[in-house]
Design a protein around this ligand. Structure first.
Ligand SMILES: Nc1ncnc2c1ncn2[C@@H]1O[C@H](COP(=O)(O)OP(=O)(O)O)[C@@H](O)[C@H]1O
Ligand SMILES: [Mg+2]
Length: 317
C-alpha cells in the first residue's frame, strides 16, 4: 500500500456518525491537554453534542478541567456548556492500575457507547506510547498534534541530520500515525486527516523558527500532514485552567480574570486553530466585554448546525 493511498483519495467520512478527534503527540508538555480543552470549549459553545475521553489516566488534566468547570460555574451561579458525556472520567485512577486488556475493554465499551450518539468524540492522549493511546489513534478521523517550537519536539516527528539539519526520516510519532492510518484504511477504507500545530510560539526566535519551519514543511509532504497556524505562548491559555474555563468561555458574565485586549487575540488564534482543523467557524466573533458575549449558548444543535462544515477526510487542502 503506497503512502499516498493512506492520506488521500479515500471515501469521505460519513456525516451521520460522530467525528473522532484525537489530540496526540508522544512528547509530554507539547500542549495536548491545553489544546484539547480549548477545542472542546469552542465546540461546546457552538452547541456540539460532545463526548470527551481523557486517556491520560494518571494526569487527567482534561478530566480535572471539566470537574473544576462544574464546580466553578455552580459556585458562581453561571451556566457554561458541558460535554454531553465524559466516559471513564470517574474510573480513571482505578483504570490506570488495571491490566492492559482490562483497560482496552473499558475503553472500547465506553467509546462504542458515546460514538453512537455524539457529534464529536474528542480524545486527549498521554505523552507516551500506551495501548490505549494506540487504540484511540486507530479510531481517529482527525489527529491534531501540537508541538513546541523546538527541535526537541520535532524529534518525535522526524529525525534530522546533526550536521546538515536535513530531514533523514520520519520518527516515532509519525510511525504511530502511519499505523493508525493503515488500521483505518483496512477497517473502514478511509483516510485520516492529520494537522500539526506549533504551540507556545515566542516572538523572539526567528532563526530557530525558520529552520524548524523548513523541516516541518518537508516532513509534512513526506508523511502527509497539514500544518496549522499555531498558538502563541500566552498566560491566558493557562491561567483559566483552575476555573475550568478557557478564552472561548469569556463573556461579560464569565470573567474570572480582568479582561484585556490580548484575550481577543487569543480567541482569534483559537478560531484559526478550529478553522485549520476543519472544524469550521465554531466560535462566533463576540466582544468579550460586550453584552452580546453575555451568556454561553445552551446546546442548540439545530441553531448551530449550519456552522458544521463537512470535514473532508483528505489532508490535501
Ligand atoms: N499556548 C500556550 N501558552 C501558555 N502556556 C501553555 C500553552 N500551551 C501549553 N501551555 C502550558 O504548557 C504546559 C504543558 O501543556 P499541556 O497541555 O499539559 O501538555 P501535554 O498535555 O502535551 O503534556 C502546561 O503548563 C500548560 O499550561
Ligand atoms: Mg496532557
Amino acid at each position: 500500500m503506497s503512502q499516498i493511498s493512506l492520506t488521500r483519495g479515500a471515501a469521505p467520512r460519513p456525516t451521520d456518525r460522530a467525528q473522532i478527534i484525537v489530540i496526540g503527540n508522544e512528547k509530554g508538555g507539547a500542549g495536548k491537554s491545553t489544546l484539547a480543552i480549548h477545542i472542546a470549549t469552542a465546540l461546546l459553545h457552538a452547541g456540539a453534542r460532545l463526548a470527551v475521553i481523557d486517556l491520560d489516566l494518571r494526569q487527567q488534566s482534561v478530566g480535572h478541567f471539566f470537574a473544576s468547570r462544574r464546580t466553578w460555574s455552580q459556585a458562581n451561579g453561571v451556566e457554561v456548556p458541558m460535554p454531553w458525556a465524559m466516559p471513564l472520567a470517574d474510573d480513571a485512577a482505578q483504570l490506570a492500575k488495571a491490566s492492559a486488556e482490562d483497560q482496552a475493554v473499558a475503553f472500547e465499551t465506553a467509546f462504542a457507547t458515546v460514538a453512537a450518539e455524539a457529534q464529536f468524540v474528542l480524545i486527549d492522549t498521554p505523552g507516551s506510547d500506551t495501548g490505549l493511546s494506540r487504540l484511540a489513534h486507530g479510531k481517529a478521523d482527525l489527529i491534531i498534534t501540537p508541538m513546541n517550537d523546538s527541535f526537541v519536539d520535532f524529534d518525535m516527528l522526524g529525525q534530522v541530520d546533526p550536521v546538515t539539519l536535513e530531514l533523514v526520516r520520519p520518527s516515532t510519532y509519525s510511525e504511530v500515525v502511519w499505523e493508525a492510518r493503515k488500521q483505518k484504511m483496512l477497517s473502514e477504507r478511509r483516510s485520516v486527516d492529520w494537522v500539526v500545530l506549533r504551540n507556545r510560539l515566542a516572538t523572539s526566535e526567528a532563526r530557530n523558527r525558520k529552520r524548524l519551519e523548513e523541516r516541518i514543511d518537508v516532513l509534512a509532504k513526506r508523511v502527509g500532514f497539514r500544518v496549522g497556524p499555531g498558538m502563541r505562548d500566552r498566560v491566558i491559555f493557562r491561567e483559566l485552567f483552575p476555573f475550568g474555563l478557557t478564552v472561548a468561555d469569556l463573556s461579560s458574565t464569565v470573567r474570572p480574570v480582568p479582561v484585556s485586549l490580548t484575550h481577543v487575540a487569543a480567541r482569534q488564534e483559537l478560531r484559526a486553530v478550529m478553522q485549520s482543523a476543519g472544524l469550521g467557524d465554531l466560535i462566533e466573533p463576540r466582544s468579550i466585554g460586550g453584552a452580546e458575549g453575555a451568556a454561553p449558548k445552551s446546546a442548540g444543535i439545530k441553531a448551530s448546525a449550519r456552522v458544521y462544515r463537512p470535514v473532508a477526510a483528505s489532508p490535501q487542502r
